[in-house]
Design a protein around this ligand. Structure first.
Ligand SMILES: [Zn+2]
Length: 478
């Protein structure tokens, strides 16, 4: 039977802010059990260790208090469309959600003894609601440290599946998680780490349609994404909803970190009003990243989130922190709020989320597609036509160490870095098919060869990655 449960204000934070919820149940007890399955903390609020409804919780079925429905009580059957009202004795002397249990006091004791945190700070952490967008290299240390520190509500947005190539840096996951949804594995790991807090998985692709409503359920948003459309979306919606945006990005041996939008600080668009052209900056899937780097930068993000919640120290507002792992150097650049900023300037042109895919040139993160009118061929088409006897000159523009990992049969090793010096080896009258790891560098090679007068060019969509995935899964991928 679908039953509506009205949620009192103190409990709404356990159910994503909802005022009411519909559950399917046969009895009042069943409805309350289904409700409390949503969060262990909510269960603790409603039931004691023996599973009995706590004495300071009253449940009304329609206008009847179920305590008056003896002998059935909570076992009383519900009808289709019944409404249950939860009534809490606010001054009943019971521990409220704002208090720390004995277990929590012990768990957070190293925080409590610091004068900058104390019990008051720990309660703030417990009340805090933080949304991590992305559960990858940055999101892993970020979520782990925020959960460990006792952030009361931790939301995570991700729709990806754990891949073996993730494990090198995404420390939320183990090898056994490969092939499973990241959110499921992450939620389980974080609940094991700290069962006292609420973990809220959001298995969605963040979009212009859903971001505003989601961000309003949180106090702070942390950007752990890897693509431009989502970065601009996060920035704009943070500005529009007044949420601080704890930003970070990593590439190869370099990291960036800042806090945007807090305390009237600049936003991401004050610094970068527009994304770089497609193909100029490769993604981590194209350019690689040293495994520990997101660990360092994601930990700095966690640090800034905790500082914002506790209101201590100097947050990275108006400062862009740069980290060079090879030189082991931190460097800081001041960034100012721009009066002309399209998001947070004096006359903002962005008054609602826009279409970020087209704004960023449809650059979809780790799977760049040819959307620039460059002639391209799919790996399936390429293989089919080659089998029919058509000859292709396949230039593999990856670097030699990548050629050593895997090659498409018949491919010619022609690294992008050697292209200018080896142009004379090519014949501009012939047709070349360009291939790389995913597609970014073959586009770069395409533009260079075009400039050098080559007319007959096409790129192999998705590169060697697509080849292994769709044509020969027995070959190694990386
Ligand atoms: Zn701005």
């Amino acid at each position: 039977m679908p039953v509506t449960i009205l949620i009192p204000t103190p409990l709404r934070r356990f159910v994503g802010g909802s005022k009411s919820l519909e559950v399917i149940a046969g009895t009042v007890q069943g409805a309350l059990t289904t409700l409390s399955d949503r969060s262990p903390e909510l269960r603790r609020q409603l039931f004691d260790d023996q599973g009995h409804l706590r004495s300071f919780v009253n449940v009304f079925l329609g206008n009847e208090n179920i305590r008056d429905l003896a002998p059935a009580g909570a076992a009383v059957a519900v009808q289709d469309g019944d409404v249950l009202t939860l009534l809490l004795a606010i001054a009943g002397g019971a521990p409220t959600a704002n208090e720390l249990s004995t277990d929590e006091l012990r768990r957070y004791s190293r925080h409590l003894i610091m004068p900058e945190v104390t019990l008051e700070g720990q309660k703030r952490l417990k009340r805090a609601r933080v949304l991590c967008v992305g559960a990858g290299g940055l999101g892993s240390p970020l979520a782990l440290y925020l959960a460990a520190a006792g952030v009361g509500k931790l939301g995570i947005v991700d729709f990806d599946v754990v891949d073996l190539t993730n494990i090198q840096r995404q420390i939320l996951y183990s090898t056994a998680d490969v092939g499973f949804r990241k959110l499921d594995a992450a939620s389980e790991r974080l609940r094991q780490l700290n069962p006292e807090i609420e973990i809220v998985p959001h298995p969605i692709r963040l979009s212009s349609e859903n971001a505003s409503e989601l961000f309003r359920q949180y106090d702070i948003v942390a950007d752990g994404t890897d693509n431009y459309p989502t970065r601009y979306l996060i920035n704009d919606v943070c500005v529009l909803t007044g949420r601080p945006n704890v930003y970070a990005s990593v590439f190869r041996f370099e990291g960036q970190m800042s806090v945007f939008g807090a305390n009237r600080g600049p936003c991401y668009r004050c610094l970068f009003p527009e994304p770089p052209p497609v193909g100029l900056v490769p993604s981590c899937a194209e350019g690689g990243v040293l495994g520990v780097l997101p660990g360092i930068i994601g930990s700095l993000q966690a640090l800034e989130v905790l500082k914002l919640i506790l209101g201590i120290g100097e947050p990275a507002v108006g400062r862009l922190l740069l980290f060079d792992a090879l030189e082991l150097k931190f460097h800081e650049l001041p960034i100012r709020r721009s009066a002309d900023c399209p998001a947070c300037g004096k006359h903002p042109s962005i008054v609602a989320p826009v279409d970020y895919e087209s704004f960023c040139g449809a650059r979809g993160g780790e799977a760049p597609q040819d959307e620039r009118g460059i002639p391209s061929i799919s790996v399936e088409d390429f293989e089919r036509r080659r089998k029919l006897g058509e000859e292709f000159l396949l230039l593999d523009v990856r670097e030699p160490f990548e050629h050593a990992i895997v090659m498409i049969p018949g491919g010619i090793a022609f690294p992008l870095s050697e292209l200018p010096a080896r142009l004379h080896e090519l014949d501009s009258a012939r047709t070349y098919t360009l291939s790389c790891h995913h597609g970014t560098r073959s586009r770069q090679a395409y533009y260079r060869l075009k400039l050098a007068g080559f007319e007959h060019l096409q790129i192999l969509s998705g590169g060697v990655n697509a080849w292994v995935e769709k044509i020969d899964p027995n070959l190694p991928s990386y």
